[in-house]
Design a protein. Structure first.
Length: 437
């Protein structure tokens, strides 16, 4: 029932219910106490009237006119409040005060108190309680107290409601800040005012907004970095196509043209034609090697066909053939078995980048590649005995910076150190379990 109501409405409703219950309880206690007050007053008035009548009755024995004296006694007794005094059988009820409701009069004194006194004239004087004016006075007190209490309660309700409204005013700002965050406005900052609890919430919202804004900036930088890396890769591929495949294609085309001219001449010699075909075949074979190298840079086919360990073996063998003077030591036990495709590709690129740096920049004669399992992680290490790095910092060079970002995106860690005895050491730890979105 209270679910659709706001917090302010709920607090106001609760406060109103408490004040109403307090007024009702106070009103009930006054009514309950009124009965005891009326009965005490009635008993006292009855006792006083009885004592007065009993004290004056002896005058009838000495009076010249006992009947007139009795009438005088009754008149004097009727001056007392809250009682009616009359001879039995000749009671004349006094007018009742109707300012109190009937139910209240019945509740205050449900049973009247009656006393009877026998006179020397053989008549009975009846004394009966009649606290109508007392009941009316008590009722008026209750009414005015109820009105005053209601006024005080209304004033308290207004003051507390105002205080609650001011106290909950920061809630609107907090809600607006969260809505702006939900819409993607991470520059929002919520005013940190109000009670300490709301200040703490506002500070946490501001911290969250600042963190999201920082992540947005990092994402934009990462996107620009990815675009830059893609452009670099496209330039490298374009350079390879132009510098390596282009000359081969030109040579093949020139060879085919020369072969065609030789074949068309009347004195064509089969041996010379076969020699030209062999040269064209060697050019095509070299072109195929360049093509496989470019395709391997884009997507290593050996990784899908043979697995990570064998793909790293093939990668190392390619470097051995290119640079036989540099020895490569492999320990790839941790790279065997089933590994997530994304993790395997990142591990392959890591080793590829490490070998490229070792061969091209360090002047090393020995390179070591180590792959081990540590719990649910794959640890890779590429070390050499070269000249080391001039500045041990992730981000030197596009390759290492891109590799650091790639490893970090998978929840891994990348470290580069220089050995004290010379050479550089490139290490990474990759989680074997990676969730795809």
């Amino acid at each position: 029932m209270l679910q659709p109501l706001s917090l302010r409405a709920r607090l106001s409703l609760l406060l109103g219910a408490v004040l109403t219950a307090g007024l009702a309880l106070g009103f009930g206690l006054l009514i309950l106490h009124a009965g005891a007050r009326v009965r005490t007053e009635a008993e006292a008035a009855t006792r006083l009237a009885r004592e007065l009548v009993e004290a004056t009755l002896p005058r009838l024995e000495t009076a010249q006119d006992p009947r007139a004296e009795l009438t005088k006694i009754l008149v004097d007794a009727r001056r007392l409040r809250h009682v009616r005094v009359a001879l039995q059988g000749a009671e004349a009820p006094e007018p009742q005060d109707r300012r109190a409701p009937e139910w209240f009069r019945a509740f205050a004194l449900p049973t009247p108190i009656i006393a009877r006194i026998e006179t020397p004239l053989k008549e009975t004087i009846v004394i009966e309680t009649n606290p109508a004016d007392e009941i009316a006075e008590i009722w008026q007190e209750i009414v005015w107290l109820a009105i005053g209490g209601a006024g005080v309660a209304a004033a308290a309700f207004g003051l507390v409601s105002y205080a609650v409204s001011r106290t909950l005013r920061p809630v609107a700002a907090l809600s607006d800040g969260l809505q702006r965050l939900e819409r993607g406005d991470h520059s929002v900052r919520v005013p940190a005012d109000g009670p300490p609890e709301f200040v703490a919430i506002a500070e946490r919202i501001n911290t969250l907004a600042a963190t999201l804004q920082r992540l947005d900036d990092e994402n934009r930088r990462l996107v620009r970095r990815m675009i830059h890396v893609q452009d670099e890769e496209r330039r490298d591929i374009a350079r390879d196509l132009h510098d390596e495949i282009g000359p081969f294609l030109f040579t093949v085309r020139a060879g085919v043209g020369a072969l065609a001219r030789k074949a068309a001449s009347p004195d064509a010699e089969p041996a010379r034609l076969a020699e030209g075909c062999a040269r064209i075949d060697s050019q095509i074979a070299a072109l195929q090697q360049v093509n496989r190298r470019i395709l391997g840079r884009l997507r290593p086919a050996a990784l899908e066909e043979m697995g990570l360990a064998d793909a790293l073996q093939a990668l190392a063998q390619g470097w051995r053939e290119t640079r036989p003077e540099v020895s490569i030591e492999l320990s790839l036990d941790g790279a065997r078995g089933e590994i997530d495709e994304t993790i395997a590709l990142t591990a392959y690129r890591f080793v590829q980048e490490g070998l490229t740096n070792a061969y091209r920049h360090s002047g090393a004669t020995r390179v070591s590649v180590l792959a081990t399992r540590e719990g649910d992680s794959l640890r890779l290490e590429v070390s050499d005995n070269g000249s080391g790095l001039p500045a041990v910092r992730v981000g030197n060079g596009l390759g290492l910076r891109g590799m650091s970002e790639r490893v970090g995106a998978l929840g891994g860690e990348l470290a580069i150190t220089n050995d004290t005895q010379g050479g550089a050491r490139l290490c990474t730890t990759l989680p074997l379990v990676f969730g795809h979105e």
